[in-house]
Design a protein around this ligand. Sequence first.
Ligand SMILES: Cc1cc2nc3c(=O)[nH]c(=O)nc-3n(C[C@H](O)[C@H](O)[C@H](O)COP(=O)(O)OP(=O)(O)OC[C@H]3O[C@@H](n4cnc5c(N)ncnc54)[C@H](O)[C@@H]3O)c2cc1C
Length: 477
Amino acid sequence: MDIRNVDVAIIGSGSAGLNARRQIEKDGGTPLLIESGPYGTTCARVGCMPSKLLIAASDIAHEIAGADRFGIDAGEWQVDGARVMQRVRSERDRFVGFVVRDTGGLPGEQRLIGRARFLESTTLQVDDHTRVESKAVIIAAGSTPVIPPPFDAIRGHVMINDDVFELETLPASLAVIGTGIIGLELGQALDRLGVRVTFFSPFDRLGPSTDPEVQQVVREVLSEELDLQLGSEMLTADPDDDGVRLRWRDAGGTEQEAHFERILVAAGRRPNLAGLALETTGLTLDERGRPAWDARTTQCGDAPIFMAGDVSAHIPLLHEAADEGRIAGKNSLLYPHVSAHIRRTPLAVAFTDPQIGMAGLRYDQLDLDQVEIGEVSFADQGRSRVMGKNAGIMRVYADRNRCEIIGAEMFGPRVEHMAHLLAWSAQQRLPVSRALEMPFYHPVVEEGMRTALRDLAEKLGITGECRCEDLARAPGT
Ligand SMILES: Cc1cc2nc3c(=O)[nH]c(=O)nc-3n(C[C@H](O)[C@H](O)[C@H](O)COP(=O)(O)OP(=O)(O)OC[C@H]3O[C@@H](n4cnc5c(N)ncnc54)[C@H](O)[C@@H]3O)c2cc1C
């Protein structure tokens, strides 16, 4: 049995773990990065990057399919599934290659391959070969897709997101189980690439938005394009010759069945805590086996144990995982005198088309008595209509007393950019009147955001504080 002595042991070499390691090295400590799987991170290997590569191909197919309404005859065209997947993989491998090279190139004393579990709060056993003694441990073990019944019984016949990117070519048909961000992004992309896709969910929610008005428009718009079985109950899933036969009860109570060549389960993810033997650490665990955790310090209870990234189940997004890794790295060396970090304003984007964006406080976090909501529809917004992408809604939330932007939810063309602007505004607690003083070019989709801000100014009763040029309305903006 090898024994390794380090300042900080890091479980997991994903985005959180890598950022933690870098911070510890920068601050003069000795980190040890322990990894049980392949290097390359979830983001680059099976997450953010390959999913956006698939979406990029589907965007092209969608534009060509819609070319006719712009007077353009695209002629005979077809999607070559094998080549689509080949590009997804080769570009993905390029991204992964950089991470593998950098991680594999770390000094040997900073790396260890194997599955880690706790023996006590600062002692880890890695496979059967190494015991690691440290002053602090960072858990950066990521998350794993949940496979609900009846699909757990036929695991060998269903795909998770990892498997999608390994497809040699596109299937003829696909059932997507789950209508969260991952299911919608991948399912809509495959649908637009010519796969017959049906989405199943026992709920009627589509994507991450918590605002009922935004949800309503998401449902209206996406149901025109996608086959959605919302509010359905899955009864059986039986593998057959060339896929799986599903039987379900639809929202109206009628039993239906259909054959699908492939099934993609995207029904949520759970933190990779099982198997870490956290019960040996002395931490108090809740009924789901999770320790108390402080998002500002990333510390678990008052122990020399920190959690960063998806494993914390805080906000499972790349930039949050990277931040938590850095905070955990810093505090692991400062322990027991950890410092609290003010976290960034929340920002999330679902790369559906139209996109879904969330900035600052969500609707379900608002005290509606203290808030005014400005709204715009993208149905007649000038630039959106020019592009033939005139669908969606934006709702901007402001504190009624201070008249400052505190959050927004939106669904519309390229809202990834406006979600940033509104998150930055919320983080600065920008007054609505100050936001309206900013320049807006013409014609851009941001003019739609200005309409929502003007609506907000009216509802807040602050138009008297705004300059006349900031309130002037022009048609189609
Ligand atoms: C399909 C998909 C699309 C996504 N798209 C986006 C997006 O567009 N934008 C965005 O911000 N986020 C996106 N995300 C989320 C983002 O990828 C994650 O938030 C981020 O990658 C999490 O990083 P992490 O370091 O916490 O986990 P990971 O990168 O998963 O790293 C965890 C590591 O820990 C290792 N490990 C686990 N247990 C042990 C153990 N006991 N011992 C040793 N090693 C262990 C694992 O092998 C793994 O390598 C997406 C995710 C998915 C799945």
